[in-house]
Write a protein that binds this ligand. Structure first.
Ligand SMILES: [Zn+2]
Length: 112
């Protein structure tokens, strides 16, 4: 949390707002919980366990609407639709592949 939710003062690592005195400890704990669940989500995603990662992201988002959590959720939910097409191949790489046909291409060959 960078700013006080009450008066918008810039915050440092203090349990209350230096300007208006709003108690921040519970909000900071909620934010820390959101980040902990987001960290677990990334760890599960790295292990390939997307279902558990998605549950951790949803848990994190219930605590705080963190942009990274939103992006990760969209990535997990939409990655089936993310496929390379020939239009994604840089032209120089395409020419290089033509000159070196013995090296397997990481790109799809039958996409338009
Ligand atoms: Zn304040």
């Amino acid at each position: 949390m960078e700013r006080c939710p009450t008066c918008r003062a810039r915050l440092r690592d203090t349990p209350s707002c230096p300007r208006c005195g709003t108690e921040l400890a519970r909000l900071q704990a909620i934010e820390a919980g959101a980040m902990r669940h987001l960290g677990l989500a990334v760890a599960h995603l790295r292990q390939g366990d997307e279902d558990v990662a998605l549950r951790e992201i949803e848990h994190s988002l219930r605590l705080k609407r963190e942009p990274l959590a939103l992006v990760l959720r969209a990535f997990i939910l939409n990655q089936d639709q993310c496929q390379l097409s020939r239009a994604d191949i840089p032209v120089a790489d395409w020419f290089w592949r033509q000159e070196s046909p013995d090296i397997p291409s990481p790109y799809p060959t039958n996409h338009p």
